[in-house]
Design a protein around this ligand. Structure first.
Ligand SMILES: *[C@@H]1O[C@H](CO)[C@@H](O)[C@H](O)[C@H]1NC(C)=O
Ligand SMILES: *[C@@H]1O[C@H](CO)[C@@H](O)[C@H](O)[C@H]1NC(C)=O
Ligand SMILES: [Zn+2]
Length: 454
């Protein structure tokens, strides 16, 4: 404390390019204290448990999702946020999961632990299966009339997920069905669902790591494998859902927007607590904390508007965010910073934690000063350039600075649970939601206040 004081006292101001750290350190620490150990701590967990326990998973087209949206909007109004409202997102592809059975018929009978892939058509087919490790192995097999089973190697999510959307390609090569080893690094007999079969004429499902690898071994012994896919899941036309928008209105530049976001929809398995209930809870807590602090001390009232958005239909391909982008790009509002958190609202526990950043070098330097305030608070976090910004990709593509938060646990651990029946709030440990919220609250507070951000 003493050293810190001397440091501030004796280093002349002109040494700092922007003085961001010096100017915002005190307020930022107050925000961090408030959320991680003060009055704001524990609120995000309560907010999230109320949501996921009362409404459960929030699959597009389900009553759960729309009722959860009404409930969240009601809560935001009670919190006293500005401009709380929803905006409709029409023409969304609706798909309903049925009671599906995937079973080995030969060389012995066993029901597989499977989850149909979004968009899969219904079917009842029994066919010989071919197990392959990757697309290259297709050339070694005649897959006409066969069910293709992928037992691919996990190579990180972004490089492995392509197998989940292989149905249309395989259908064109003559396959009659596809089973994909779940896109995950680890399994406790948990199949992972996800998007990938919209528009396919052949049924598609994921199976567990354990069973996919077993089938590969059985085939390696020269055994013939026959599988039955009885899929009752089916596309169900279009549906409509809603994005949720809420603000803390800026006191000087209300039409300049600092956006924090996550998505409210989920798959129909588990509780959608990790993906992406935790992201919502962190965004909510960040805005809620700034609002409560501002009520006590006007220094926390943002100059620009801080906006929270909970997107719908993310899981079907960022459809809620895309709609919002299309319908808002020509309004008088100017988005000056956008962010999302959708890879686990975990507390950073080591230096693999990062803000994936897209923007100019100047903006990155400013963000780095903000991050150094967090680092001094013992939050290990770095900044990495990235072009993969999830729901806020549309703004990022327009050159608007953006951040996508990925903690160390977001890289692998997150994918243990992702899109499974194990996606329960139980995954979060003490401090996870708080630290995620605190990181975003500090970033939003400083950027909403900075004169020279853009
Ligand atoms: C369903 O949505 C698609 C894609 O958004 C659209 O092209 C189509 O016209 C819609 N169908 C109906 C019947 O509204
Ligand atoms: C592949 O299998 C199908 C069905 O058994 C057969 O009609 C076709 O000729 C085979 N193609 C090749 C290249 O062997
Ligand atoms: Zn998600």
């Amino acid at each position: 404390m003493i050293f810190y004081f001397i440091f501030i006292l004796f280093i002349p101001n002109f040494i700092f390019a922007d003085n961001i750290k010096q100017k915002y350190e005190t307020n930022s620490r107050q925000i961090l204290d408030y959320i991680t150990s003060g009055e704001g701590s524990g609120l995000a967990y309560k907010w999230l448990s109320d949501l996921v326990d009362e409404f459960g998973s929030r699959h597009l087209g389900s009553e759960n999702l729309e009722r959860a949206i009404d409930y969240v909007v009601d809560g935001l109004q009670k919190d006293g946020f500005d401009s709380v409202h929803t905006e409709e997102v029409p023409n969304l592809p609706w798909w309903v999961r049925g009671d599906d059975t995937v079973e080995i018929i030969e060389p012995r009978r066993q029901k597989l632990n499977a989850l149909a892939i979004d968009g899969s058509p219904p079917a009842d087919i029994t066919a010989e299966a071919v197990v392959i490790r990757d697309f290259d192995e297709l050339k070694d097999h005649n897959i006409t009339g066969k069910i293709v089973i992928f037992s691919e190697k996990w190579n990180g999510y972004s490089k492995t997920v392509k197998y989940r959307s292989s149905a249309k390609r395989l259908q064109n090569e003559g396959a009659v069905g596809v089973l994909v080893k779940s896109i995950a690094p680890f399994s406790l007999a948990t199949p992972h669902t996800g998007s990938g079969a919209t528009g396919s004429r052949i049924p598609a499902a994921t199976i567990t790591l354990e069973e996919a690898e077993m089938l590969y071994r059985i085939q390696s012994r020269g055994k013939r494998i026959v599988v039955r896919m009885l899929i009752n899941s089916h596309p169900n036309g279009n549906t409509t859902s809603r994005n949720i928008i809420f603000d803390i209105k800026g006191r000087e530049k209300p039409s300049e927007i600092v956006l924090l976001s996550g998505h409210i929809d989920s798959w129909d398995v588990g509780q959608g607590a990790l993906d992406d209930g935790g992201g919502l809870a962190a965004v909510w807590s960040a805005l809620h904390s700034i609002k409560r602090l501002a009520e006590k001390n006007p220094a926390f009232a943002p100059k620009r508007t801080i906006r929270g958005i909970f997107w719908t239909a993310e899981e079907q391909g960022l459809l809620g965010a895309e709609r919002y982008f299309e319908t808002h790009k020509n309004t008088g509002e100017k988005f000056i910073f956008v962010s999302e958190t959708d890879q686990g609202a975990f507390k950073p526990t080591n230096w693999h934690s990062a803000l994936q950043f897209s923007g100019t070098v100047e903006q990155m330097k400013r963000l780095d000063e903000i991050v150094s305030i967090l680092n001094d608070y013992h939050i290990p976090l770095s900044i990495q350039q990235s072009n993969s910004q999830g729901d806020v990709q549309f703004w990022s593509d327009q050159g608007i600075p953006s951040v996508n938060y990925i903690s160390d646990k977001g890289k692998d651990y997150y994918f243990y649970f992702h899109h499974t029946n194990a996606d329960y709030i139980t995954i979060f440990e003490e401090g996870d939601l708080e630290y995620t919220a605190a990181i975003f609250a500090v970033i939003a507070h400083v950027i909403a206040d900075l004169d020279n951000w853009l």
